[in-house]
Design a protein around this ligand. Structure first.
Ligand SMILES: Nc1nc2c(ncn2[C@@H]2O[C@H](COP(=O)(O)OP(=O)(O)OP(=O)(O)O)[C@@H](O)[C@H]2O)c(=O)[nH]1
Ligand SMILES: [Mg+2]
Length: 337
């Protein structure tokens, strides 16, 4: 292969990405997301320009987070709800995921596209699995940017799926308007959710798999959860989290869950809280991207790179305290020479 061989995936000029996205071209949208997910330095500038060009066309979508333990039925639920929205309401749906665990579990939560088989081929839908590998911070940044690209492409409903593992839920909460928790009855699941503080993040809770022999258990779980939430209401006066049952498999109750999400968003809009929330989120993203850029700049410094291995080795061996080491390496970074 010649040394100057072009990269396997050729980049398009900015205008082609932009025009394709604004025209709602899903193929170009997919390529643009690949661009923003790229870790190649040369792509970063083009990606930033593209995001700038798309930004005036964003902000109109419903941004909805969905979480739940593995196997709760998130994918099945999104397939049922997504098809309802595209086929019966003529709406557009994009599904993105935040799944920092994927390299460990050996597959993205959306790797099982099989459970969204029909939605995946629906012309009104766009499904994008989590960027593979990487830290939560990086995955989250790319998901946010992908969400904005989907909005610019005209998708009216954007679902961001994540697994029920702590920090990723907080991260998804910071990029959506409404947050749905799918639960299962039994196994102390209800209380577990409350203990983890997840209830402070959620706007709608649905006890899924309320079908067959499980209907009564699901209803019981729903009643208990609603009661528990009643006593745990957070300082959010515009909305009291609602608890429902549904079956993603049969479709029972799925529309009601959607209606609850719409009601939540309406309450946010009416009270002006939506604008506040999005404003706060934008501020948070700015701080986060600043932190990221600073850290990148820091680690790219040749003096830092030269000093790092021995300073880190001292910390690992217990010869130096982490605080002293951080101070020392910062001094090198800020040294004027
Ligand atoms: N009986 C019943 N089974 C369901 C329902 N929803 C999902 N399932 C089944 O539960 C299993 C897990 O469903 P998924 O949709 O893959 O769950 P998930 O939350 O996306 O799981 P992960 O992607 O692994 O986090 C599958 O076998 C589904 O067929 C439901 O409403 N009723
Ligand atoms: Mg899934």
């Amino acid at each position: 292969m010649p040394e100057d061989a072009p990269p396997r995936r050729r980049r398009l000029p900015l205008s082609e990405y932009r025009d394709g996205i604004l025209a709602g071209n899903r193929y170009i949208l997919a390529r643009a997301i690949t661009l923003v997910e790229s870790t190649r330095g040369a792509d970063a500038e083009l990606a930033a320009e593209l995001l700038d060009a798309c930004l005036p066309h964003t902000g109109n979508a419903r941004r909805i987070g969905i979480t739940g333990v593995p196997g709760a039925g998130k994918s099945t639920f999104l397939e049922a709800l997504g098809l309802h929205l595209t086929r019966e309401r003529g709406e557009t749906v994009a599904v993105l995921s935040v799944d920092p665990t994927s390299p460990l579990s050996g597959g993205s939560i959306l790797g099982d596209k099989t459970r969204m088989e029909q939605l995946a081929t629906d012309p009104r839908a766009f499904i994008r699995p989590s960027p593979s590998g990487g830290q939560l911070g990086g995955v989250a940044r790319h998901t946010r940017e992908s969400m904005l690209l989907c909005e610019a492409a005209g998708f009216a409903n954007i679902f961001i799926e994540t697994v029920g593992v702590g920090q990723s839920e907080v991260t998804v909460r910071s990029m959506v308007d409404s947050f749905l928790l799918l639960m299962l009855s039994g196994a102390g699941d209800e209380l577990q959710g409350i203990k983890r503080g997840i209830t402070e993040l959620v706007d709608v809770v649905a006890v899924n798999k309320a079908d067959g022999d499980n209907v009564r258990a699901a209803e019981k779980a729903r009643a208990e959860l609603q009661l528990a939430l009643h006593y745990l209401i957070h300082a959010n006066h515009t909305w009291t989290p609602r608890v429902l049952t549904c079956s993603a498999r049969t479709g029972d109750g799925v529309h009601a869950v959607w209606q609850a999400l719409l009601d939540h968003r309406q309450a946010l809009t009416d009270s002006g809280a939506l604008a506040d929330q999005r404003g706060r989120q934008a501020g948070g993203w700015m701080r986060e991207s600043l932190r990221h850029s600073l850290e990148e700049h820091f680690h790219a410094d040749p003096r830092v790179q030269a000093a790092w291995p021995s300073i880190e080795a001292d910390v690992l061996a217990g010869r130096s305290s982490p605080f002293r080491a951080a101070t020392a390496v910062l001094a090198i970074y800020f040294r004027k020479d």
